[in-house]
Write a protein that binds this ligand. Structure first.
Ligand code: PEP
Ligand code: CO
Length: 447
């Protein structure tokens, strides 16, 4: 395959799918100029650490838990919501590690997950047709002309919100909140009395006993920094390329380019065209890259994408996030696994059991817990049969007590959906459903 030299702007000579039509090009230029001067959110060294952690996943020594909102919101920006998302991810990681003995690499869809691809660029209600809502990085969700007009100053707000979110995440994960002896405190009040909350309490109790046992044996746990701190990484879909380009910087040590907007970036199922701008942009940055693989993937295309994004066959560089749907996975996953394995890419295989299982109930989008579990079960089965490590999961969830997905231990029913449906985009698992799912995944990992 021939490729022209990469630069942070080389994507501009490729077609970019799913870009908003900005009404004022000069206003966008001005925002880009400002962003280029702003400090980086993450460092090259951190992105490299994540690649290294993911290389352990690729070789079957660790498991990837990537999770968070479908779309972060400018309205729902506060310390409690960040803390509760972190809590539920930490709880899930404990459930997974405790059951399987495998370390969990924790990556949030957070601190930058603001842009959404849409199936149609406009939305019509009655007589009125307006641009579709593309996430708070671009416009507002209200169905008014004013809300829907793409506004480049939102890129600055998104940057500021990402900075503050990441700052709090760093404080929580390095400042004692995520210390293993806090394991009980992550269980939220509304989860505690549910069956999965109780199962979690049991695990937490056993962990505490183990810690006490080790202290009694004379092991100095305070000296074991690993128990007090957690590595937590950020990720989002790299969709709006002017934003990503403006935050891409040259690492002074290696001269390589790093997209400092997040540790890991992924390419969505709608923007993975081999000649497209998103693939062109991400092939040149050193960050670990995710690629969504949906039922429409062509195997030749997939091999070309792997070659472009992982030409050196670097373990941990590329995560293939499979999102086929429970009815299609059995058919589509095996040839995908075979093609990539034959081409020699040491990728992380992850399952996104959310995006292939969305359906409408009344006037809202939802997903059923059973479909999600079913796709995961099939993912594990097929990988295992081919001696491939089922390396991770990619989930949409929140720490709040929402009613957006059906089923789970608490049994959210169709009639309940409207009670606390708060997502501005796809339906998310609530904290109980997320914990319930973690225990199901733990069972799959153990078997
Ligand atoms: C998403 O992850 O929110 C998303 C839009 O996924 P996909 O690109 O797989 O449809
Ligand atoms: Co989504």
């Amino acid at each position: 395959m021939t490729t022209t030299p990469w630069t942070p702007t080389s994507w501009r000579s490729h077609d970019a799918a799913q870009q908003p039509t900005w009404p004022d090009a000069l206003a966008l230029d001005d925002v880009e100029r400002q962003l280029r001067k702003f400090p980086p959110l993450v460092f090259a060294g951190e992105a490299r650490s994540l690649t290294s952690a993911l290389s352990d996943v690729a070789s079957g020594k660790a498991f990837l838990l990537q999770a968070g909102d479908c779309a972060e919101s400018f309205h729902d920006f506060n310390a409690d919501s960040i803390r509760d998302k972190l809590k539920v991810i930490l709880q899930m990681a404990v459930a997974l590690t405790y059951a399987s003995g495998v370390p969990v690499v924790k990556v949030g869809r957070i601190a930058g997950q603001f842009a959404k691809p849409r199936s149609s660029s406009t939305e019509t209600q009655g007589e009125l047709t307006l641009p579709s809502f593309r996430g708070h990085l671009v416009n507002g969700e209200g169905f008014t002309k004013q809300d829907r007009e793409p506004d480049p100053t939102r890129l600055l707000t998104a940057y500021q919100q990402s900075v503050a979110t990441l700052n709090l995440l760093r404080a929580f994960t390095k400042g004692g909140f995520a210390a293993l002896h806090q394991v009980h405190s992550w269980n939220m009040s509304f989860v505690k009395d549910s069956p999965e909350g109780e199962r979690y309490e049991q695990v937490a109790g056993e962990i505490e006993r183990a810690l006490r046992f080790m202290t009694a044996c004379g092991i100095d746990l305070a000296a074991e920094g690993n128990l007090d701190e957690v590595d937590f990484y950020t990720s989002h879909e790299a969709l709006v390329l002017p934003y990503e380009e403006a935050l891409t910087r040259q690492d002074s040590l290696s001269q390589q380019w790093v997209d400092t907007s997040a540790h890991m970036l992924w390419i969505g199922d709608r923007t993975r065209q081999v000649d497209g701008a998103h693939v062109e942009f991400l092939r040149g940055v050193l960050n670990p890259i995710g690629l969504k693989v949906g039922p429409g993937i062509d195997l030749g295309e997939l091999k070309a994408l792997c070659e472009l994004l992982d030409p050196e066959r670097t373990p941990g560089r590329l995560t293939l996030i499979c999102r086929f749907g429970r009815d299609k996975i059995e058919d589509r996953l095996p040839p995908v696994l075979d093609a990539v394995t034959a081409a020699g890419h040491p990728v992380v295989w992850a399952s996104d059991p959310m995006h292939g299982n969305t359906f409408s109930a009344g006037n809202v989008k939802t997903r059923s817990f059973d479909d999600i579990v079913a796709e995961l079960q099939t993912f594990f089965q097929i990988c295992r049969a081919k001696a491939i490590w089922p390396g991770g999961v990619h989930l949409e969830l929140t720490g709040e007590n929402v009613t957006e997905c059906l089923g789970g231990g608490d049994e959210v029913k169709e009639l309940d959906l409207s009670t606390r449906y708060r997502s501005i985009c796809d339906p998310r698992l609530n904290a109980s459903q997320a914990l319930d799912l973690a225990f199901s995944i733990a069972d799959l990992l153990r078997n």
